[in-house]
Ligand binder design. Sequence first.
Ligand SMILES: C[S@@+](CC[C@H](N)C(=O)[O-])C[C@H]1O[C@@H](n2cnc3c(N)ncnc32)[C@H](O)[C@@H]1O
Length: 288
Amino acid sequence: MSEKNIQEAVKEKYGAAARQVAAGKTACCGGGAELSGCDPITRNLYDASEKGAVPSDAVAASLGCGNPTALAELKAGEIVLDLGSGGGIDVLLSAKRVAPGGKAYGLDMTDEMLALARENQKKAGVENVEFLKGTIENIPLPDNTVDVIISNCVINLSGDKDRVMREAFRVLKPGGRFAVSDVVIRGEVPSEVRKSMELWVGCIAGALQETEYQQKLQAAGFASVDVEPTRIYQVEEARDFLTAAGLDAEKVGPQIKDKFMSAFIRAKKPVAVACDCPPGCVDLPCCH
Ligand SMILES: C[S@@+](CC[C@H](N)C(=O)[O-])C[C@H]1O[C@@H](n2cnc3c(N)ncnc32)[C@H](O)[C@@H]1O
């Protein structure tokens, strides 16, 4: 699938999810949702106090696979950017954590999700929030303006993950933090099984392997890269979906054991980048 087609498929899927919430239902994420109600990926990510602090439609629209805001150690006065902000739950929670003096931006390309997020902002009565329309491959913010980038189960949807990481690096201030929840694969998985599992977790463009994730972040210029598993998916959870996809769950069980997970991915934009920058160089992150 080309990048454009991936984006269209993603917009369609999440536009439909936003319409579902606007009609009073709960959005569901991975393909498992159709078979078993809301899937184990999005379930129980937020505690009662977090859920109580935002409008119920922001909770109903939650389609993440982690809780990056809780792990990002946000401080008052910081500028936060949420890549693929959906119904806005992590933006609204972040806005509270960076007040007073800070601001939380949400970035999303799907009109219905932006409308839902802005409605949720209104209901929450939160001022230090702004939702931007755009793609995570082309972030509509200037260089060196953001303290913390968060994201919740969105980078796996991108058809150009290198570009997303370069863009994240560009908009972060020196010393800025990348603090993202995402689906990650640990080790090798046969391609047919991998495709079915990715459909189950809702990864349209495909999840990255843990080592690829680390390498791509380093290639974009990030340092102190760390991948910490937060939820490891069990074959039992995906059994019905795998069976419907024509796979023998008993047989594929050992092939996927401990390999599909939600993880919290941390990295830092170095404060001072030592660079022997050759004249005219534009490729090395430290040259711009
Ligand atoms: C899985 S949902 C997650 C939403 C939100 N982060 C949450 O935790 O509920 C993915 C969201 O990312 C948005 N999205 C996906 N790919 C994107 C891209 N390339 N650029 C901007 N937004 C994107 C979708 O429109 C959707 O709202």
